[in-house]
Design a protein around this ligand. Structure first.
Ligand SMILES: Nc1ncnc2c1ncn2[C@@H]1O[C@H](COP(=O)(O)OP(=O)(O)OP(=O)(O)O)[C@@H](O)[C@H]1O
Length: 231
């Protein structure tokens, strides 16, 4: 459904992505792991049109989307939850959710609240008063309001306690299982991501250092790929 081929993204002289090939099959949860600076955020920003790749191809449902503006990519059905969620703290939970579905007639309000019960009782609360976990739920909920076909998630576990992270991962798994949503999950928290993903890629210095089914990626191989051993 979504596939990247030989994608290169540069910031000036820095090659943040250096010829990346990644395939995200429809209805699956694919994880991209890697250390700080490996290129994970750049990968999602390149897919969603926030930065244009210098080379390579990104195909979404057979359409070439590399370099298209972010609003067009979003309307095609790619929802992006940025690092730290991008929730607007001054707005209420309800207002944040409404913003996510602004250009959709058929809002997914009740479905989103059913997925994240803690938000249902706090619709009138300012987002700044939420806990870290609730804010991440709101960020994911806001992206779901636009009824995306693919959800791109940038480190949803960042700064969250293990139990809260586990709850978020369960929601992602349920979404995939019940609605067939396709998810590309970028994480430093390899253990959490591998517990719900079918396939995983490990990025190191802008390149895919390791790829395979989630079960096939051993702790040792992960460690080596993170540390750049044998490179
Ligand atoms: N706007 C920018 N200008 C210049 N260099 C950048 C910019 N954004 C990222 N980089 C560099 O590109 C490389 C990849 O960064 P990126 O943020 O994609 O990695 P990451 O894996 O998401 O790391 P993190 O987990 O810290 O967010 C790093 O070397 C980073 O310093």
């Amino acid at each position: 459904m979504l596939s990247l081929s030989s994608v290169v993204t540069r910031y000036g002289a820095v090659h943040a992505l250096n010829g990346v090939d990644i395939a995200v099959p429809e209805g699956t949860l694919t994880a991209v792991l890697g250390a700080n600076g490996a290129g994970k955020t750049t990968l999602l920003r390149t897919i969603s049109g926030l930065v244009a790749p210098a080379a390579g191809s990104i195909s979404f449902d057979g359409t070439e989307i590399a370099g298209l503006p972010a609003d067009r990519v979003a309307r095609m059905g790619l929802g992006h939850v940025p690092e730290h969620g991008g929730v607007i703290r001054e707005l209420t939970v309800r207002e944040n959710l409404r913003l996510g579905g602004l250009w959709r007639r058929n809002l997914a309000f009740d479905e989103v609240l059913a997925l994240f019960p803690p938000l249902a009782g706090k619709l009138g609360r300012q987002a700044s008063t939420l806990s870290g976990g609730e804010r991440q739920m709101l960020a994911i909920g806001r992206a779901l309001m636009a009824r995306p076909r693919v959800l791109l998630l940038d480190e949803p576990s960042l700064g969250l306690a293990p139990l809260v992270t586990a709850a978020i991962m369960r929601v992602l798994r349920d979404l995939r299982d019940r609605t067939g949503l396709t998810v590309l999950l970028v994480e430093q928290n390899a253990r959490s991501a591998l517990s719900v993903a079918e396939r995983a890629y490990v990025l190191a210095l802008g390149e895919v250092a390791l790829a395979g089914s989630a079960e096939s990626i051993s702790a040792e191989a992960l460690h080596e790929a993170y540390l750049g051993v044998n490179r």
